[in-house]
Ligand binder design. Structure first.
Ligand code: ZN
Length: 371
């Protein structure tokens, strides 16, 4: 059909897409394509689909990054979470043992050869996923990254989580990204399975809690997700049922969540995403603009609350430019500390507070510009 050549093209790349299912994100995007408002180019990568999609192959990553640099991509990433799993910290279940904590985010230095190789491959996946997000947003595209929520201490120990990685946290101010958590049961899942997302576009939905994870002095989770999702669930996420670990069946998203995420992507790619309905909406700002560039006025002062544990340490007033500079210093100091392997709770908490604040500011600025 020659008429199809005139349609705008929606280029979507999905890394670690998992097995092809009847109601995954790709299938909802294909369904939306049937509206005839755009042409979908969908690339999905996962070893379970084909041996030539093996993301442990570094040459494949080089090709992926080069492709994303061409610009205007929608990137979805579901970084494998196996080596991060909280189930490893449930000592009573005698499952696979812990490989990393928040003190050792890239794996314990005393790991044996097999575990070390496992952790290094997982680290390579995360590093490349973060690079892919950075490249995508820098080249005018949008990204959506998913990983289990960091739910804090298990029996006094803080499991490692990618939401503690400074390389990830740096993407928030860099792209004015939105970091939100959901209970999957609010989208038809059999269990709450608290899941966190980082998106380079803004998300407005009462089921999405837009804030970085918070912890008390002992590292216990303090939100933003409420402890109680409001349902009674019989299926347990931790432990074993028969011979299978309970984390396995919930690895794929419930169909409603796939539909919701596909909708977010189409909305973010307005005006052609959902057809006529969205064409009247003002075109959204490019999220790749720096936080500094979105400053409402250079002299406007903002109050920043610096927390240590659950207590308020200080209230400081900053201009927007000072705040951006302050953030850079905080990330630098964190990086220096990592070299000495001494990431302290205090600096992480501080970084989170500033990161959250910058995200909030971004939301406010966007809202003001929309009218
Ligand atoms: Zn629930």
């Amino acid at each position: 059909m020659p008429a199809q050549k005139q349609l705008p093209v929606l280029k979507v790349m999905y890394l670690f897409a998992g097995r092809q299912r009847h109601s995954d994100i790709g299938s909802f995007l294909r369904k939306a394509e049937e509206s005839g408002h755009f042409k979908l180019e969908l690339m999905e990568f996962h070893i379970e689909r084909s041996p030539d999609q093996d993301l442990s192959d570094r040459a494949l990553w080089d090709r992926i990054i080069a492709l994303l640099k061409e610009g205007d991509w929608v990137l979805i990433v579901s970084t494998p979470c196996n080596t991060f799993s909280r189930a490893r910290f449930q000592r009573k279940h005698l499952g696979p043992k812990p490989l990393r904590t928040n003190t050792w985010p890239r794996g314990f230095p005393w790991l044996g050869k097999i575990d070390r190789a496992k952790v290094e491959e997982a680290n390579m996946f995360v590093d490349n996923c973060l690079l892919a997000c950075d490249v995508t947003a820098s080249a005018g595209g949008i990204f959506l990254l998913e990983h289990p929520e960091d739910l804090g201490a298990v029996q006094g120990i803080r499991p490692g989580s990618i939401w503690q990685w400074e390389e990830l946290l740096e993407l928030i101010p860099k792209f004015g990204a939105c970091c939100f958590a959901v209970h999957q049961c609010k989208f038809g899942g059999a269990t709450p399975k608290p899941t966190r997302f980082l998106s380079s576009f803004q998300v407005n939905d009462p089921r999405c809690y837009c804030s970085l994870p918070k912890f008390d002095r002992l590292g216990s989770y303090k939100g933003p997700l409420p402890r109680d999702c409001g349902h009674v669930h019989e299926h347990k996420l931790i432990g074993k049922t028969g011979s299978q670990w309970n984390t396995a069946p919930s690895a794929s998203y419930p169909p409603d969540l796939c539909q919701f995420l596909a909708g977010l992507i189409l909305d973010a790619k307005a005006p052609y995403g959902r057809g006529e309905k969205n064409e009247s909406l003002p075109k959204r700002r490019r999220v790749a603009e720096s936080v500094e560039a979105q400053s409402p006025a250079p002299s406007t002062k903002h109050e920043v609350h610096v927390h240590e544990g659950s207590g308020l340490l200080e209230r400081v007033k900053f201009t927007h430019a000072m705040l951006a500079q302050f953030y850079r210093k905080a990330t630098q100091s964190l990086r220096d500390q990592n070299h000495r392997c001494q990431t302290t709770l205090k600096s992480l908490q501080f970084l989170r507070t500033v990161g959250t604040f910058l995200t909030c500011l971004h939301v406010e600025t966007q809202g003001a510009n929309r009218s």
